[in-house]
Design a binder for this molecule. Structure first.
Ligand SMILES: [Zn+2]
Length: 282
């Protein structure tokens, strides 16, 4: 048997085990939850747990208490494929389908509103990756240093404005240097964010998630590029002793976006015509 397949089927929840020939009932309908837990299983125990615990037959105490079990073969990993085809995502009887099995066992994630602000077909991968780290607050800003790292960095001050310690909120949005860069970028794309608070900006940008108009693509590209180049500037200053002015950083952002826009085919519109002029694409 295919190993992956075995893993999947043996991972089925024990209480929802359905066996052919028992009126299509889940095991939990025959055996009480109390008895299952009394045997040392949790209600999220898997079929494989029971097989490895009991071996090849139902325990005597279960058979004694539930006569119906005498007519039910004890499951083995080799016959679980028969059980698979009978369980859907709500544990109802259904025909065999790979998609049903997948929906049953896969973790179902919540819809994340900012996901498509970060990742979209036209994104610049290195920019998107950094933005993804920023959204998850995974960048190594001063506020995230460990105590032993603080000992080797006695002077913690924002490399951009030299006014205070840097943090995700400060470095990318509230810092005077960064807000100067943002002003130039927002003016270029004609988008009024109206706040330099990170959470507000992310909410604002979420309106562009999943939208593919030229305006939305440009907004998302600029958002990620600005974050990326600000982080790059911070690291240049710390590790290379290289300083660029907000104007120079802005030019780098524009250059990055312009090169990307040259590779994208937009549907003709008045906005796209203006875009070509603004970004010197013609
Ligand atoms: Zn600063």
């Amino acid at each position: 048997m295919n190993t992956n397949y075995l893993t999947l089927i043996s991972g089925f929840s024990l209480p929802n085990l359905i066996h052919p020939g028992v009126g299509e009932s889940p095991l939990a309908n025959i055996i009480s939850g109390g008895i299952i837990t009394e045997a040392g299983f949790t209600m999220s125990a898997k079929v494989c747990d029971m097989v490895s615990c009991f071996g090849q037959s139902w325990p005597a105490s279960w058979l004694h208490k539930y006569a119906a079990l005498q007519h039910i073969d004890f499951p083995t990993l080799s016959d679980v494929p028969n059980l698979l085809g009978r369980v859907d995502v709500h544990y109802n009887v259904n025909g065999c389908s790979v998609s049903i099995v997948w929906d049953t066992i896969r973790p179902i994630m919540l819809n994340i509103p900012w996901f498509k602000v970060v990742w979209f077909p036209q994104c610049i991968s290195r920019h998107a990756f950094l933005l993804w780290l920023l959204v998850g607050e995974r960048l190594k800003t001063h506020d995230r240093l460990k105590p032993w790292e603080l000992r080797s960095n006695p002077v913690l001050i924002c490399a951009l404005c030299k006014q205070c310690m840097d943090s995700h909120d400060h470095l990318f949005f509230e810092c005077a240097y960064s807000s100067n860069v943002w002003d130039k970028v927002l003016d270029k794309v004609r988008i009024p964010i109206g706040s330099y608070k990170w959470k507000s900006i992310l909410v604002y940008m979420s309106q562009f998630a999943g939208r593919n108009s030229a305006r939305c693509i440009v907004a998302k590209l600029c958002f990620a590029a600005t974050v990326y180049v600000i982080w790059q500037e911070r690291n240049y200053r710390i590790f290379r002793r290289v300083h660029r002015t907000p104007d120079q950083v802005f030019e780098v952002i524009v250059s990055n976006i312009r090169l990307k826009l040259m590779t994208i085919k937009f549907k003709p519109s008045s906005y796209v015509e203006r875009l070509k002029v603004d970004w010197q694409l013609v």
